[in-house]
Design a protein around this ligand. Structure first.
Ligand code: AMP
Ligand code: MG
Length: 331
């Protein structure tokens, strides 16, 4: 189980990098990346290297600030997520993935949540013509394959970290539970937690649900206002999205967000306006959409959060060789 107190940062990069704990964590992360590439390549995915800068990036990063870059006199952004490029890449291949760096200047109050970094990576997956259900199966299979890879190959590293491999018995035994956002809200109300039905599950609520579970579980059908313009709205259930989160057990919380995507030009422009985004900023992306991109579904798993869960770490910064904790000046 995760603890509530924030772990002190190491005194120097040397102390962090040479500690046996960091070495074990990074070996586990390496194995996780290897297992990810084996699993997805085996299923016919092509790995692409995602851009780090571009004229525009994902606006949907709750409360986080974007970083501007001066690109020959043009204002570019560091990527907060690869979503726009993932959709565009489906004009090259039907099944793509990338290990994508993201920079989000998260609010200062996230420095002690044990799960926020200002720089992190996502295992980003996108599939043309896929349904939410089929992409959730890919996420489930990927998480199981990665955990299996670590449990089978690195028992000594898990032991050194005090992580009992038995913690993954339920995860490896079968499929993950699915519940709707509305059910999760009702579950939280019955636990005495005041969760808004119109918003993403708040951190305290997510931790409560996470602690009650012994394996990851999906939450589906988030309300429209809670997510970016690219999550497809459910035609049968207006106001709700064909999306999902995957929540890790034992208090580790959100691992992954995903959805079926909007790919219609008029809908995307309308959704941008509804979410306060100026479509004029999204020139290259909207031109691609106007000329046609396939319908798709995909997800992004936060690599450092996934590593934190697998390695049983107190804090997400332990899952990075050069952690950037929000607001802390670090190399
Ligand atoms: P989001 O687009 O906000 O749903 O982010 C996708 C995934 O990236 C999340 O499910 C997390 O696993 C991970 N993530 C998001 N923000 C952060 C952060 N500040 N630090 C570390 N991981 C993050
Ligand atoms: Mg999310």
């Amino acid at each position: 189980m995760t603890s509530e107190t924030a772990l002190a940062l190491p005194a120097s990069p040397r102390e962090h990098l040479s500690s046996p704990v960091t070495r074990s964590v990074l070996r586990i992360q390496h194995r996780m990346l290897t297992a990810t590439r084996e699993f997805l390549s085996g299923q016919g995915f092509t790995e692409l290297l995602p851009p780090i800068i571009g004229p525009v990036t994902d606006p949907g990063a709750r409360g986080a600030k974007q970083v501007d870059v001066d690109y020959y006199g043009h204002r570019y952004k560091l990527m907060t997520s690869a979503i726009l490029y993932k959709q565009a890449s489906l004009t090259a291949f039907d099944k793509i993935f990338c290990i994508a760096p993201n920079v989000r200047l998260e609010p200062l109050e996230t420095a002690n949540t044990s799960r926020h970094l200002a720089e992190f990576h996502q295992i980003d997956v996108e599939v043309a013509n896929a349904s939410r259900e089929s992409i959730m199966s890919v996420a489930e299979g990927l998480v199981a394959a990665v955990v299996r890879g670590v449990v089978d190959h690195l028992p000594a590293e898990l032991e050194l970290l005090g992580r009992d491999a038995g913690a993954f018995a339920d995860l490896l035994a079968g499929s993950f539970e699915r519940r709707t956002h509305a059910t999760a809200v009702a579950d939280l109300h019955s636990l005495g937690h005041d969760q808004s039905p119109d918003a993403e599950i708040d951190w305290a609520g997510e931790a409560l649900l996470s602690r009650k579970s012994s394996k990851p579980f999906f939450v589906t059908d988030y309300p429209k206002g809670s997510r970016g313009f690219y999550d497809r709205e459910n035609e049968q259930l207006p106001g709700f999205l064909r999306n999902f989160d995957l929540i890790a057990p034992e208090g580790y919380g959100e691992l992954c967000s995903g959805s079926e995507r909007e790919n219609g030009y008029a809908t995307i422009v309308a959704r941008m306006r509804e979410t306060g985004e100026n479509p004029a900023k999204y020139g290259w992306y909207l031109r691609m959409v106007r000329d046609g991109i396939p319908p798709s579904a995909g997800f992004g798993i936060g690599l450092e959060r996934f590593t934190r869960y697998v390695a049983g770490l107190d804090s997400v910064w332990q899952a990075s060789a050069y952690p950037k904790v929000p607001g802390v000046v670090l190399p």
